[in-house]
Write a protein that binds this ligand. Structure first.
Ligand SMILES: C[S@@+](CC[C@H](N)C(=O)[O-])C[C@H]1O[C@@H](n2cnc3c(N)ncnc32)[C@H](O)[C@@H]1O
Length: 265
């Protein structure tokens, strides 16, 4: 039918956009590009290891969605990114918005180590000297990474946040026993990588829809978010729009949809 064709066309245009973005000729395979406000392209150099999540369309769509949120007053703001993985989104946000601080948080200890390495790779020039921005600050002033189960680092350290963003798992682990393993630096690569895709039951109503981890993040966020603060999450549409919206409404948040797209999975 005509509407199906129109939708397919829109879908292919969107994927083409992502494709071009990933294939920017200035970027190598292990490099992601973020656009600065002044439209210049900034190249991020990122290290990867098998036990942490490698960004895919799902996370590129999340960053694209984050960019829909126009915040003209980001300079004095404090952000937290939940599930920061290799750190690319926290670093790209700091490059783009020049916030006071971005706390990149992840439960995977190896992700945090790689994220710190990636921060230094992008904060220093080829001679190992810090790259200063217009305010005389470097990325090292603006970004920190910490091992943290959701917002526990910010709660423990009484850090108040203006904005919490997150692209965290929304699928219950098919093997519940795996989740009960104690997580250490020496946990197997396979187990650490599984944290990128799977979550455990969190004891919330939303568990039945795979949204339990996001529900806990929102609950924890209430303890550290400033008045008028915002939270931005990547949410898979499978549970239906009503369920996704109620997750926030029943916890006292106003919601607005920033970005919607289809991801091939
Ligand atoms: C889909 S990956 C996204 C990684 C990164 N934001 C990106 O887009 O490349 C989800 C991340 O959430 C992390 N994660 C899972 N459970 C978590 C928790 N309870 N607290 C913090 N991070 C968690 C995983 O280790 C993984 O790095």
């Amino acid at each position: 039918c005509v509407s199906c064709r129109v939708w397919r066309l829109m879908l292919s245009i969107f994927l083409l956009t992502i494709h071009l973005w990933q294939k920017n000729p200035n970027c190598s395979d292990q490099t992601y590009c973020s656009k600065r406000k002044n439209r210049q392209s900034t190249k991020l150099t990122m290290m990867e290891i098998p036990s942490i999540f490698t960004p895919v369309d799902w996370s590129f769509a999340f960053y694209e969605g984050l960019n829909q949120h126009q915040d003209s007053t980001s300079r004095d703001k404090t952000y937290a990114e939940l599930g920061c993985g290799n750190g690319w989104i926290s670093i790209a946000l700091a490059e783009k918005l020049s916030p006071l601080k971005v706390y990149g948080l992840d439960i995977n200890p190896r992700a945090i180590k790689i994220a710190w390495i990636n921060l230094y790779l992008n904060a220093l020039d080829d001679n190992g000297l810090p790259v200063y921005d217009r305010e005389g600050k470097t990325l090292l002033d603006r970004v920190e990474f910490h091992e943290s189960d959701l917002l526990s680092y910010c709660i423990d350290n009484k850090i108040e946040l203006d904005c919490i963003v997150g692209c965290i798992p929304q699928i219950l682990n098919p093997n519940p026993e795996a989740i009960s393993k104690i997580m250490t630096e020496n946990s197997s690569e396979k187990f650490l990588y599984s944290l990128s895709n799977y979550c455990a039951l969190q004891g919330f109503f939303e568990d039945q829809f795979g949204l339990g981890l996001i529900a806990r993040a929102v609950e924890e966020g209430r303890a550290v978010i400033k008045p008028m603060g915002i939270m931005i999450f990547n949410i898979g549409g499978r549970p239906g729009q009503g369920v996704c919206e109620r997750l926030f409404l029943r916890r006292g948040f106003h919601i607005s949809k920033l970005w919607q797209t289809k991801i091939m999975q």
